[in-house]
Ligand binder design. Sequence first.
Ligand code: NDP
Length: 247
Amino acid sequence: MNLTGHSAIVTGGSRGIGRAIAIRLATEGADVAFTYVTNESAALEAKAAIESLNRKVLAIKADASTAIGANEVVEKTIEAFGKIDILVNNAGITRDTLLMRMSEDDWDAVLDTNLKGVFLLTKAAIRPMMSAKRGKIITISSVVGLVGNPGQANYCASKAGVIGFSKSLAKEVGSRGITVNVIAPGYIETDMTEKLNEAQRKAIMDLIPLKRIGRPQEVAGLAAFLASTDADYITGEVIKLDGGMAM
Ligand code: NDP
């Protein structure tokens, strides 16, 4: 998985899965630009971790759900690294509640970040990839985008949406040497899942054949593989990483 000389963008790289992916890509040799929105101290810590690997790093405060933010991320990355080889659409949020209680704002916030954000940044990044005739686009969906989950109609719609988006794009840009794949994690130990209480954890564990929650580093390993030349003949795939939960 040698990514030496490659340039990567990772959205939401300051914490959780995105942070692990940013660090793993840098460990494999890539220069990394990552985005965040609010948590400055986490962003600085992630930036320092990548710098300690002797890679170039940009921590960009930019809202992935706006066109201004997406264009800014691509412009700054090209300015600093000269190209974009890898795009990891990782940033995502939840606003869980039953549909009966779900506000339009709950719907819009989740769809704007998780689905529209993927459209905007991918659209901005695809042009330099088309010119270079190579590129790796990896989007983090979720197993609930495949199987649904009560209380997450907005989140599941956004995560199913990125799968349809990615398969369509894979067909559009395959002839230009660009691959487009999706990772669908199950439960992964991050701030997003920290809110689960003991009863919820036990109920989840009963559904996971491997009997544990996943680690961000395990998602990062798959992302690094999909970003590497070892995965050059894989496109339009949705790979579950869930301890067997949704098989
Ligand atoms: P976290 O909540 O731990 O981290 C989210 C990251 O995204 C942070 O870096 C945050 O920045 C950033 N972010 C949030 N909104 C935006 C935005 N609008 N623009 C730019 N950056 C943004 O999430 P996870 O690591 O748990 O999840 C990462 C991805 O994996 C998400 O897409 C999630 O849906 C998906 N996923 C997670 C699972 C899990 O169990 N954890 C399971 C399946 C999928 P800041 O620090 O500034 O807030």
